[in-house]
Design a protein around this ligand. Structure first.
Ligand SMILES: [Zn+2]
Length: 393
């Protein structure tokens, strides 16, 4: 819940391409698609408008991305250029089953991870968390089997049925799904906003990683503004949330936002398992830095934004609680095996260090005001990292 912002009145051309059998499905099965598209448009209209980039936006759930299947857990953005290499339109895509798979993931894994009581069980016995992930994988596999046999609509239905999800559950899972969709939308739209597509006709490996970090940073800054900084300081809002003070609403929104980033980390590890043939993995590959490093940077950025903007609003105890909550959730992810020792090793990849320095250069070069305070921190992290590496030689 955020402050109302001024409407943007510009001629917007947007197209959403849904799989044709989507509309034969039930409301809770359609919701993940509508909400995903809404979040992309919600973020993109304002961001592209601010940069005077064309607001011609296509959200396409039917495109098969290169080297992926209809159930590969990923999303992408591509820019359509005119003959003079100027942007004409932005195309945001996911493989067909991704929004449905995200909803299954939220219902079986994320909602429980975010729930206080259920999380205590995971904390006591991290294997129960692994069991939830396995349950999600079973539901997703049921969907894939049905897809191979009878196509898209049957696949979505089979996934929901395997996990006994009905329309009544929609109200329980809608907000958590929306948070995850919002995080992904912020990142994808940030790729368009930082004008990665017009920067150079061919990008090297280090540049691609630098843009990936930059999209993460910009997306995180937007997420902070929407979720925390824009929290209304009004009686009406507090009443709506059932809270007594501005501090309480800021604390609660900070907690939800920090946890949402952890949920995305879990989702990325499962997506890694799809690529690696079953083992959960946060390895990045050639074009993407390791998932754990990306996550840590975004977490540090978000926590720093909360601390520097709101330490006079929320109490020292509340700030410590945010840290403690983070610690216990990370600890559970480690103990459950979701984060592997190899992921920690990947933090020592010097290509990522070059990419971080390059990311700091890009912030200055492209004048990305949204994250201008982040550049010096990135350089400092790299300096310490290099010193650490040298002292270990
Ligand atoms: Zn990206």
């Amino acid at each position: 819940m955020t402050k109302r912002r001024d409407p943007i009145e510009t001629p917007l051309t947007s197209t959403i391409v849904y799989p044709s059998s989507l509309f034969s499905l039930e409301k809770d099965e359609v919701y993940p698609y509508e909400r995903f598209a809404y979040n992309i448009l919600h973020v993109a209209v304002e961001a592209l408008n601010r940069k005077s980039l064309p607001e011609k936006i296509v959200v396409d759930f039917t495109r098969l991305l290169p080297a992926s299947s209809p159930w590969s857990l990923n999303a992408s953005v591509r820019c359509e250029l005119d003959g003079a290499a100027k942007p004409l339109a932005f195309h945001f895509s996911t493989p067909e089953l991704v929004p449905a798979m995200m909803y299954l993931f939220v219902a079986v894994v994320a909602h429980e991870f975010l729930d206080e009581t259920q999380f205590e069980n995971f904390c006591r016995d991290p294997l129960t968390f692994r069991a939830r992930i396995q349950l999600f994988v079973d539901g997703a596999s049921a969907a894939v089997r049905a897809y191979r046999q009878s196509g898209f609509g049957s696949a979505v239905r089979a996934g929901y049925m395997h996990l006994s999800l009905t329309i009544q559950h929609l109200y329980t899972f809608a907000d958590d799904y929306n948070l995850l969709a919002k995080l992904i939308a912020n990142h994808e739209v940030a790729h368009a906003y930082i004008e990665q597509f017009t920067y150079a006709s061919v990008l090297g490996e280090c540049d691609v990683r630098a843009f990936e970090f930059l999209a993460d940073m910009v997306g995180t800054a937007w997420f902070f503004h929407e979720m925390i900084a824009n929290t209304p300081n009004t009686e009406e809002y507090r009443k709506f949330r059932g809270m007594r003070s501005y501090a309480e609403t800021i604390y609660s929104n900070s907690l939800a936002t920090l946890r949402a980033q952890q949920v995305l980390l879990v989702f990325m590890a499962i997506a890694g398992a799809q690529r690696s043939g079953g083992t959960v993995s946060l390895a990045g590959g050639k074009s993407h830095p390791g998932g754990l490093q990306r996550y840590f940077l975004q977490h540090i950025q978000l926590y720093t934004l909360i601390e520097s903007n709101f330490s006079s609003v929320i109490s020292g105890d509340q700030l410590r609680n945010l840290q403690d909550d983070w610690d216990s959730r990370m600890d559970t992810l480690f103990r459950s095996g979701l984060i592997q020792p190899e992921d920690l090793q990947s933090l020592r990849d010097d290509l990522n260090c070059d990419a971080l320095n390059k990311c700091a250069d890009l912030i200055e070069e492209l004048k990305i005001g949204d994250v201008k305070q982040v550049g010096p921190t990135l350089r400092e992290i790299c300096k310490r990292f290099e010193e650490g590496l040298n002292s270990n030689d």
